[in-house]
Write a new protein. Structure first.
Length: 243
């Protein structure tokens, strides 16, 4: 692989992060067990990002009773699909369920608005996100009494006030963000130390990975979500999953 030093690179852990990692790991495990003990049907919405792979690794290693699913939008990069196969080989006892969008609804959207309508306006992009992410998410959470995510405060301005626990009033259930206070460097310290599988796109300058047409690599020093919906204002860069 050709190195491109001008692009974002996976952060390497420093001494302070490594010294504190065992504590952060144990605290996260306590949080996950607290969530597990407080609910009967907990589900983890994994985007397959590094953050989500960290949580997945702990769930798998400790046999936690937390169901895991991912949203296969139909527009995922090949590298993300390859990661799904790697997850199956790495965690053979883990059941990761894939939810896909309603094919008829997405085809109607493409027919009416065009195959790349998401570039035309925030409204159309969010409509595409609704069909490919939110509608499948609603199905994935049917019957659950709590769900959790891999969101972190550091990720964007829209997540700066993120809390560990919140209430999803729209779905009438509790919602948790167990690594809300983890730094990017801490996440990668765990990933690299534990040999957790991750998306190859990270090695190509992608710190935040979504659908293929809506994701691009970024340069060093840019906001880590600058490559997501890069044509939009930074304050609109949410798909609606967490609203």
């Amino acid at each position: 692989m050709i190195e491109r030093p001008n692009l974002w690179q996976i952060p390497q852990p420093d001494k302070a992060v490594l010294e504190n990692l065992a504590y952060k790991k144990e605290l996260l495990l306590q949080r996950l067990r607290q969530i597990e003990d407080s609910h009967s049907q907990v589900r983890f919405a994994s985007s397959l990002a590094a953050e989500d792979m960290l949580i997945t690794d702990l769930i798998a290693r400790h046999g936690l009773n937390i169901g895991i699913f991912t949203l296969d939008t139909g527009l995922l990069p090949q590298e993300t699909l390859d990661l799904l196969k790697l997850i199956e080989r790495t965690y053979p006892d883990l059941k990761l369920i894939r939810f896909q969008p309603n094919r008829a609804q997405t085809q109607n959207f493409i027919t009416e608005q065009g195959a790349q309508a998401y570039y035309e306006s925030v409204e159309l992009r969010r409509r595409c996100c609704f069909l490919r992410k939110i509608e499948p998410l609603n199905r994935a959470l049917n019957g659950a009494d709590a769900w959790l995510t891999g969101q972190r405060r550091e990720q964007s301005t829209t997540r700066s006030e993120l809390a560990f626990a919140e209430r999803d009033n729209a779905r009438n259930m509790d919602k948790y963000n167990p690594i809300f206070d983890w730094s990017e460097r801490e996440v990668w310290a765990y990933i690299l130390q534990q040999g957790v599988p991750y998306n190859r796109l990270y090695q190509q300058g992608y710190p935040s990975i979504g659908c293929d047409p809506c994701t691009r690599p970024i340069k060093q020093g840019e906001d880590i979500r600058a490559g997501r919906w890069w044509w939009e204002n930074k304050d609109s860069k949410e798909c609606g999953l967490h609203k």
